[in-house]
Structures are given as C-alpha cells and as structure tokens.
Ligand binder design. Structure first.
Ligand code: PGA
Length: 252
C-alpha cells in the first residue's frame, strides 16, 4: 500500500473516480500537477497529523496511460491505481469483464471500487453478485472499497473500507450539491456499527463519504468537529479529473 508518511498518523483515503468522464487535459499533465504539489500536500497533512492514501480509479481504457504517467513522474509512492469494478468470476468465458487476477497481474492494483450506485442503477447489481466480486478481489489481494447508498445495503464479509454515497448527492444528480454533513451521521453510524460487529473491533475499518466533494467542502466531512466522528476520507467523482483533486487531498 502506498501512503504518504508514517503509519502512526491518522490515515485518510482520498479516492478519485474518473467514471467514463472525458479528461480536460492529458493524464500526464494531471499527474504532473499532483507531483508539483506533493511537497505542499505533505507539509499541510503533517501539520494536521494525517497521512493520505491517494487512489485513482480510471476507466479501463485509460489505466495503461495512467500507469505510464505515474512511472514517468516517479509518483508510484504517491498515486495508487485502482479499478472502478471487477468481474465476479475467475478468468474465463465472461465477455466484457475484467478479472481480478489480470488487474492484479497487469496493473498491480491494490484497491477496487465495488457496488458503486451507478452500477447498481445501470446494471441492477445486487448483494449476491457484489459479494462474489468482493471475494474475487480479496482472493487476489485487492482491497475492496465497497459503496453503499443507504443504511440498508448489506456489507459483505471481508470489506474494511466502505464509502457512503447518497445517490442524490452525486454531482451528476445534484448539480454539485453535497449532502449536509450532519445528515450523513445516521447512515455513517449504522455502517460503523456493522463493521464493528463484523470484526468484533479486531480490524481497522474506514468509512468514507462521496457525493459532490470538492476542495471547499472536503474538510466538512473529514475534519468536522460538529460530527460525532468525521469520515476517514472521500470518494470524489467529477472533481477528480482536474488538478483540484490534489487540492482536495491537501484540504482533507
Ligand atoms: P461526484 O461523484 O463527486 O461527481 O459526486 C462521486 C461518485 O459517484 O463516486
């Protein structure tokens, strides 16, 4: 796992989900903009006693380019590549899928999204299928970032990172209006309880927020004294394709 700084600090996850949005500039420029800011980000986070795990989920068609840009800019210890989804099956006769085994072998991914609300909506993905995807990921050492849209969604065994994303707050639906952080508490607390019960408090678990996160509002989720417990990071869609993404990392 690539993290900035020591493991004694509070760990936050900032995850960029590029979906199939077009990039405004080149991937190389995007990575370069992050690398140029890395020292500032490090200083700011250190002052907050935080370390950041920065993860980017490109569409499959851009995964190779992102991998190359990261290598070109020596950003391997800064930006982790992840997938937006993966196959519920081992490699074989599954047209259109991307297997966990190949994603691991080819791109060395450490994380994957599973159960994003857009996949639940577009493809009717349900608990049984999502559980199989989690199992595939874990079998190949890929950590699932499991997305839930409300307190009713089941969390499969083995999941330690959950992203709570109210679908109505996702920028494509809300026009960029995030959920009121205090209104996230109900679901976030239930998710935390579920994780606590699943592992009997013996496992480090993380709950992230997603939905119209930007550089101005990220801290209201990750460092908000009005919340009983702030989120351990953010899942960022629209704002992850532009250099603002790295400002979000710094401001988290
Ligand atoms: P958004 O997307 O930041 O554009 O709202 C978040 C997501 O869907 O993961």
């Amino acid at each position: 796992m690539t993290v900035l700084y020591s493991i004694t600090m509070r760990k936050i996850f900032i995850i960029g989900n590029w979906k199939t949005y077009p990039m405004q500039g080149s991937i190389d420029e995007w990575v370069a903009s992050g690398v140029a800011k890395k020292t500032d980000i490090e200083k700011t986070l250190q002052a907050k006693d935080q370390e950041a795990v920065v993860i980017v989920c490109p569409p499959m068609t851009r995964m190779y380019d992102l991998q190359q840009a990261i290598i070109n800019h020596h950003a391997e210890n800064f930006i982790n590549i992840a997938s937006q989804d993966l196959s519920a099956f081992p490699p074989g006769a599954h047209t259109g899928d991307e297997s966990a085994e190949e994603l691991k072998k080819r791109f060395g991914i450490t994380y994957t999204l599973i159960g994003h609300s857009e996949r639940r909506r577009d493809y009717g993905e349900k608990d049984d299928l999502l559980t199989k995807k989690v199992e595939q990921a874990l079998q190949y050492g890929i950590i699932p970032i499991y997305c839930v849209q409300d307190e009713k969604d089941t969390i499969p065994q083995g999941v330690t990172i959950v992203a709570y994303e109210p679908p109505y707050a996702i920028s494509a639906m809300s026009g960029g209006v995030a959920e009121d952080p205090q209104k996230t508490e109900y679901v976030a607390n239930i998710v935390r309880e579920k994780l606590l019960t699943m592992y009997n408090n013996s496992q480090e678990t993380f709950v992230l927020y997603g939905g119209s996160v930007n550089a101005a509002n990220v801290a209201s989720f990750t460092n908000n004294p009005k919340l009983k417990k702030s989120f351990d990071g953010a899942l960022v869609g629209a704002k992850s394709l532009i250099p603002e993404f790295f400002q979000i990392v710094e401001n988290a």
